[in-house]
Design a protein around this ligand. Structure first.
Ligand SMILES: [Zn+2]
Ligand SMILES: [Zn+2]
Ligand SMILES: [Zn+2]
Ligand SMILES: [Zn+2]
Length: 254
């Protein structure tokens, strides 16, 4: 399940189940679609999509010409937002072959495991070019992906990568809060990279040289990652030792 890459959040282009029946108070008069991120113009209280109203060239409300400043725009009342979230939409994945229907709010959740969603093979960064629907990628990973034997490795690699990112952010904010120079606690928890067992790298079942080469590259990437971290930690330690020495023995004045 987790052996998939996450796609960046995209602006939703909804397909409504019964667009004609949607309350016209929920329709933006600029784009003629149900609001996306509705914003209220102060004074006149007219509502437009955030993107639409921000593209208005002057500072007059497109509906009533009331003058406003874009900094004064406020998110629409939550009653409006709730109504928009409850609008019925279809999933458009697989050119409309996905039979799912539900609310705008539920669509994002559905797409996380819609079998018609187009995704790339999780081994893309290691050279697998395969992409397809989530269902096809699952099948590919189970049957034909060159890296299929390393699936468990990839899952833990991705999990570790996420953990490292979280930890790095934490360290950064800790350093900011404590004032940059006084980072005396080197409580760097060791990051364990799951190295591939050598049997996987030159195992007897490994047939084509191409496969072996790709496995070597995968292993090299893990090694590089680990070495870079070690190098960085070493540099940081040297830097710290140097600073400590300097404060202990200040350079003598002539
Ligand atoms: Zn609009
Ligand atoms: Zn207005
Ligand atoms: Zn779907
Ligand atoms: Zn693959």
């Amino acid at each position: 399940m987790s052996t998939t890459t996450e796609e960046p959040e995209e602006k939703e282009d909804y397909t409504y189940v019964n667009k004609d029946a949607i309350d016209k108070d929920l329709i933006c008069s600029i784009c003629r679609e149900p609001f996306l991120e509705p914003m209220t113009v102060p004074n006149c209280e007219h509502i437009f999509c955030k993107d639409c109203v921000n593209r208005v060239p002057n500072n007059n409300c497109p509906t009533c010409r009331t003058v406003f400043s874009k900094a004064q725009l406020k998110p629409a009342h939550r009653f409006i937002i709730k109504q928009l979230e409850n609008l019925q939409v279809c999933c458009t994945n697989g050119n409309g072959t996905c039979p799912w229907k539900g609310t705008r709010e539920q669509l994002a959740v559905h797409k996380k495991d819609c079998t018609f969603e187009k995704i790339a093979c999780g081994f893309g960064r290691f050279g697998c070019p395969f992409s397809g629907t989530r269902g096809e990628v699952e099948k590919h990973l189970a049957e034909t992906c060159k890296f299929k034997d390393l699936r468990m490795f990839l899952d833990s690699y991705i999990a570790l990568e996420k953990k490292v990112q979280v930890l790095e952010k934490k360290v950064e904010s800790l350093q900011k809060n404590s004032g940059s120079s006084s980072s005396n606690s080197s409580s760097s928890s060791p990051v364990v990279i799951p190295f591939l067992p050598s049997s996987l790298i030159r195992g007897p079942s490994r047939s084509t040289p191409e496969e072996e080469e790709q496995l070597r590259q995968l292993h090299a990437a893990a090694m590089r990652y680990s070495n870079e971290r070690a190098e960085k930690e070493k540099k940081e330690k040297e830097e710290k030792d140097k600073k400590a020495k300097e404060t202990a023995n200040p350079p003598a004045n002539p």
